[in-house]
Design a binder for this molecule. Sequence first.
Ligand code: GLY
Length: 351
Amino acid sequence: MSTTRREFLKRASAAGVGALAVSALPESIISQTQSAVKPVAISSGNGIPAVTKAIELIRSGSDALDAVIAGVNIVEDDPNDTSVGYGGLPNEEGVVELDAAVMHGPTHRAGAVASIRNIKNPSKVARLVMERTDHVLIVGEGALRFARAHGFVEENLLTDRARQEWLKWKENLSTKDDWLPPHTPDDKDIGAMFEPFFRNTGTIHCGAIDLKGNISCVTTTSGLAYKIPGRVGDSPIIGAGLYCDNEVGSAGSTGRGEANLINCSSVMVVEFMRQGKSPEQACLDVCKRIAEHNTMRRLKRDDGKPDFNVNFYAINKKGEFGGAAIWHGPKFAFHDGTSARLLDCAYLYKK
Ligand code: GLY
């Protein structure tokens, strides 16, 4: 008997399943149980409440997917996070449209919704797409009808704060249109775009390893602020805004979704980890790939570097973790099973 097999028997016995002969267990379950030592959770910088909730649930026996969804639901419900769920910044017409996806490692299934309106917790709807349909992605009106069919309550997701931000954007887009910000009779050229104008691409991603060593993840967002109605970002696209392979690890992203859509970034992070790269190096190498593929002058600074940011968060099967961004600045949330902390993302460039 190998050492690891002996260790497994010892652990299984301690866990009260010692009566079950190891030979009776499928190899996959044996390997899952052997790695079942250290629950961890990773999230974007807005994800301290998410990783805290996820680990609390995992410690009480939850599957990683249940845990990460419950974690991000806290942020979806929070009106003060203007990048996710209720209180998210709206599209150019002032309507909040949400994207979300989930991926379950042990069954390698996924579900997603895109451009869904009036439903506060798109991650829960995404999960139902995975569990209660033969599809992976449902969008727009179809996604709303699907949510209604499952009893979700519709509500106005546009908070007063988000509406005022949107109005400020709309009134300051141009001096040539008819929307005017507050002004005096003496003002001329009213409504010139003021700088810097923050267009939110914030989002929350959360990935975790549970007590069985299984890995799952979720990404949920209100997407790019003031987007064209119907615009879908990377968050609900499996392989772009998140990806999970139960034998390797998981990855997810926040930032400019279009860059991830054309680079299939999250699956690339996981594939780099499969090749043996650390989570942080895998995230950094995908940042490099995005920068190399950034051909459009309008998306480059004068020195040729991308004029946008993309951030990645990854964990591998061993519970190792890392976060990286194209540009210095973002942080990520990590819970090691004992406590949650915010850490600096590695980065390619510093301004
Ligand atoms: N990464 C979020 C979005 O672009 O929609």
